[in-house]
Design a protein around this ligand. Structure first.
Ligand code: NAD
Ligand code: MG
Length: 389
């Protein structure tokens, strides 16, 4: 039996992971499940799967979790320290599906204990990619990509020499506002930004997809995970989301990964890697799909991609600043305190302030420096004139 833990089990990726586990219960022993305030769901899954421990990120939720788990034999725990403790429990495979920079520390702890880390939490690579990857190397363990584009690239590279790769092309659905003129983007409401045309995901990544900040994070994620240069990584808008990514080789060949827009594909690949097993995902009917559309991304209407390239240029702590400013701006948009286009304005302002003459790119990366840069960037984002209006 494989011992597995799922961080962020109550979220979209977490639930899809549990769906795969439930289809083959005898193969797994669930060590830890973690969540936020959805105590009913966390307790239900922990009871159902007989987890050793269930952890809520919020200490004030502990009494409710204890009550919900009473008599089940599942241990209840709460708070950031309990999350780290859960990451240190003996396991063979951990799914990192917490949303945001909060996923970084548990992932690092898991790697230090030699656990294979299936990484949906792209923010860890954006904020501290070199740290995460070197931790995996020095503990002889692996990070397996779960983002659909990165899983696609990972699969296209099987059996290939890294030096033969000329370029990587990430596809972007373009989100619900792909065709909208810039003036109209200023009027986008929270409800409109929460509707994604092809993927069913958590609220935060759905809004990030609409603003293209998700693809911006993924550009940086690609660089950090695979080590390609920024110039080798391209983005193409592909509204159907059938092609997840393409890898171009030096002979001009492009290997594309196609599949239904269902995260259980990427999750299942990471779960069974290095094997490939049957997965309950829809099989594409290409004749019905008929045609695949591609178009160039528009960096004027969606400045996030341009900002991601600046971040890769600066290096060092710029990724932590970029991600934290984006998270804070997203909080403000969700709280209806700023408009849709203000998110990019805030991120650009904070990145500009913090990279001006401070040597952001030269600072050494450690969990402490990353978290300090994260805190400062969030504070500055909240203090920008746009946010404070
Ligand atoms: P979600 O919002 O549905 O779930 C997030 C999970 O994290 C929940 O269990 C929540 O309780 C937990 N969480 C939130 N804040 C926390 C905190 N501060 N401390 C501890 N736990 C916290 O998000 P999701 O859509 O499942 O995405 C999870 C991660 O996977 C994100 O990094 C996202 O970018 C990435 N991802 C998601 C998809 C997708 O299809 N949903 C695809 C690719 C990558
Ligand atoms: Mg993705």
């Amino acid at each position: 039996m494989r011992r597995i833990s799922i961080f962020g089990s109550t979220g979209s990726i977490g639930q899809s992971t549990l769906d795969l586990i439930r289809r083959d219960r005898e193969a797994y022993r669930v060590v830890a499940l973690t969540g936020g305030r959805n105590i009913a769901r966390l307790a239900r899954d922990a009871r159902d799967l007989g987890a050793d421990v269930a952890v809520t990120a919020h200490e004030d939720c502990l009494p409710d979790l204890r009550e919900a788990l009473a008599g089940s034999g599942v241990q209840a725990a709460a708070g950031p320290h309990a999350l780290l403790e859960a990451a240190e429990r003996e396991a063979d495979w951990i799914m990192s599906a917490i949303v945001g920079a909060a996923g970084l520390a548990p992932g690092l702890h898991a790697l230090r204990h030699g656990t294979t880390l299936a990484l949906a939490n792209k923010e860890s690579l954006v904020t501290a990619g070199p740290l995460l990857m070197s931790e995996a190397r020095s503990h002889g363990t692996r990070v397996l990509p779960v983002d659909s584009e990165h899983s696609a690239v990972f699969q296209a590279l099987v059996g290939e020499e890294r030096g033969e790769v000329e370029r990587v092309i990430l596809t972007a659905s373009g989100g619900p506002f792909r065709d909208w003129p810039r003036e109209r983007l200023g009027t986008v409401t929270l409800e409109q930004a929460c509707r994604h045309p092809s993927w069913d995901m958590g609220q935060r990544i759905t809004i990030d997809s609409a603003s293209m900040f998700n693809k911006a994070l993924e550009l940086i994620e690609t660089r950090e995970y695979f080590g390609f240069t920024p110039a080798q990584i391209e983005v193409i808008v592909h509204p159907g989301s059938y092609v997840h990514a393409l890898v171009g080789f030096r002979d001009g060949a492009l290997m594309a990964h196609l599949g239904a827009p269902d995260m259980r594909h990427a999750i299942g690949y990471a779960l069974h890697w290095p094997e490939r097993r049957a997965l309950p995902v829809e099989r594409l009917d290409l004749a019905r799909i008929g045609r695949l559309r591609f178009e160039a991304p528009d960096e004027t209407r969606f400045p996030a991609l341009r900002l991601a390239r600046e971040v890769m240029e600066i290096g060092g702590l710029a990724g932590a600043v970029f991600n934290a400013a984006k998270e804070a701006a997203l909080d403000l948009f969700i709280a209806r305190q700023i408009g849709f286009l203000d998110m990019a304005r805030i991120v650009e302002a904070v990145l500009g302030e913090m990279s001006a003459g401070t040597g952001l790119g030269r600072e050494a990366l450690s969990l402490e420096t990353v978290l300090a840069a994260d805190r400062e960037a969030r504070a500055r984002a909240h203090a920008t004139p746009i946010a404070a209006q």
